[in-house]
Design a protein around this ligand. Sequence first.
Ligand SMILES: Nc1nc2c(c(=O)[nH]1)N[C@H]1C(S)=C(S)[C@@H](COP(=O)(O)O)O[C@H]1N2
Ligand SMILES: [Mo]
Length: 260
Amino acid sequence: MTGVDKKPHPDTDVILREASQGLDVRSRRLFLRRAVGLGTLTLLTGCDVTDGFSAEAVLSRMSDFNDRVQAWLFSSHRLAREYPESAITRPFPFNSFYQPNTPAKAPVIDPVTYRLNITGRADRRDDWTLDQLYALPRVTQITRHICIEGWSAIGKWSGVRFSEFLRRIGADTRAKYVTFRCDDDYVTSIDMPSALHPQTQLTFWFDDHLLPREYGFPMKLRIPTKLGFKNPKHVGEIDIGNDYVGGTWETVGYNWFSGL
Ligand SMILES: Nc1nc2c(c(=O)[nH]1)N[C@H]1C(S)=C(S)[C@@H](COP(=O)(O)O)O[C@H]1N2
Ligand SMILES: [Mo]
């Protein structure tokens, strides 16, 4: 296998409760049964790998299966909970894939020369300057960020709805994936329904200030319906296409869908 730590998340109960919030009692029970079922399924298959086959191949097929089951179970209309200002976690935690895992190592990006590149299946693939991006219609959310490593925190993020941005660049929304390449060489990709989810946000402001360097300057994608590692910071290129690219953590075994 891959050495991915499978310890239960300390906030699991809170997260499941919030994900099922707003559903009637019947749907909530169904949701919880399915959520538990998915975990059990993975566990059973993990234990089943005893003969001939490569464990990695089986598990990666299992993970693909989970992705499809989850995409089917959790419609793109389910909303993550939003919180009041008083719930914001201060200071907000920092996390990175590079070592040492410290804000001092975060990439230094010049706001004047920075350009966002658009590649793949979009009609308008011109580069964007930060001033052009800052002029887009702005929305704000206060939501919980959940890291697979076992912590969560509530933050306030502002920017443009990603669905609105995709509309402006004439993205082919029938394409399967949106891939994000970041200026610290981090990569992740998401499915199109998640990209079009109303709370998925291209974020330029954090807690009413320009996104600080350590939290992803000049831009991150905020997806409150997905785990933290599916929220790329320092985004430099957005690619729309049908080829599965995976991502930095996905490649070492984190489940690609990782969300609702
Ligand atoms: N470019 C980039 N994006 C990234 C990461 C990273 O190392 N580089 N780490 C991911 C992980 S695992 C988490 S938990 C969050 C951390 O975001 P934060 O520093 O704002 O808490 O960013 C995600 N996006
Ligand atoms: Mo994370």
